[in-house]
Design a binder for this molecule. Sequence first.
Ligand code: S3P
Length: 171
Amino acid sequence: MKINYNIALSGFMGCGKTTVGLALSNKLGLPFIDLDCYIEKQQKLTISKIFQEYGEEHFRKLESLAVKDISKNVGYVIALGGGTILSPQNVEVLKKTGKILFLNEKKETLQERLKNDKKRPLIKNKRYISTIFENRYEKYLSSADLIITPSKNVSETCLKIENLIKKTQPV
Ligand code: S3P
């Protein structure tokens, strides 16, 4: 399948953006970029450290700059951060050269997956997961060009995405 636009995977923390993104990029023969990794490499700091030392606002600026950089190219599978689509500007930039695909995972599944997470700064306190999810859900839906419910099996999820992409008009 020839794809000359980016496929940007969006969704809440723990929905599988990176895992599915990597598998999808292999399947489609497209290069893969993980937005958080891109920022970490560029800053030579972990996301946790960036939040800790400079705060969330600074992280969001770095995130927007990274979105702009990455969106200059086409033909990439991109794993966004869980909060990337909260900025309308990021959404606009991503849509210029790509499609946003929302991995619509159930809240309960996410809570279960994230309950022992120690790396993600926004959910240090597990009580907030549900509230953050509720606050964001509409934004994930409204910013998405494509929406799928991930399967338990990553290959199955990739197949669903491939089938959806086949039916989709290019950017
Ligand atoms: C965030 C999600 C994280 C990372 C940062 C902020 C968010 O990415 O970008 O901690 O606001 O949801 P993952 O969704 O890959 O965990």
